[in-house]
Design a protein around this ligand. Structure first.
Ligand code: FMN
Length: 166
């Protein structure tokens, strides 16, 4: 799949097969994340990869709209130092990770972290210094069906593209 096709086919996946993701794949996904652009190249992120079932269930219980994380094969918690552009930087990294996952045949869903009241609980649970902010939880797993990789329903190009002026 070429990159543009891959970008267009990515969809949030919330139903996963009971199949583990290899350590190599998880490492490749984080490796892709760390290549994202960052303001002044500060790279403020830290990635906590969680694969233990009990820990995944715990994240699922804590997160507001992430109950499906209990059936994920892994989750990556994206934390950041509290820099001026941490949200933009770590959002770019999150997207990189999700696209890399798809390239490896792995489905993903971004679960909100920033601005969530449960964020601090995850710091405590995973030993992350409270100085670091949770930006996203990336649920990962092999999708139950290929159909989830269909092109997403999105606002049309004509609607959102403005040449020269709005
Ligand atoms: C900042 C952000 C937070 C999100 N939080 C959640 C969440 O807590 N739970 C969830 O199921 N999906 C979450 N999503 C996924 C969105 O619901 C999803 O991206 C959107 O519906 C578009 O669908 P698509 O990803 O298939 O294109 C989040 C996405 C973003 C970018």
């Amino acid at each position: 799949m070429d990159l543009i096709e891959l970008i267009k086919k990515r969809r949030s996946v919330r139903e996963f097969l009971n199949k583990p993701i290899s350590r190599d794949c998880l490492e490749d996904i984080v490796d892709a994340a760390r290549f994202a652009p960052t303001a002044r190249n500060v790279q403020p992120w830290e990635f906590v990869v969680v694969t233990e079932k009990e820990a995944l269930k715990h994240i699922a219980e804590i997160s507001e709209h992430g109950k499906f994380i209990s059936s994920a094969a892994a989750s990556i918690l994206v934390f950041s130092q509290d820099t001026k552009y941490f949200l933009e930087d770590c959002s770019a990294a999150t997207q990189n990770a999700m696209l890399a996952a798809l390239a490896l045949g792995i489905g993903s869903c971004w679960v909100a972290g920033d601005k969530k009241s449960y964020a601090g609980e995850l710091n405590l649970l995973f030993g992350v210094p409270i100085s670091h902010k949770l930006v996203s939880i990336i649920a990962l797993g092999y999708p139950v069906t290929d159909k989830v990789f269909r092109a997403a329903d999105k606002r049309s190009l004509q609607e959102v593209l403005h040449w020269e002026r709005f």
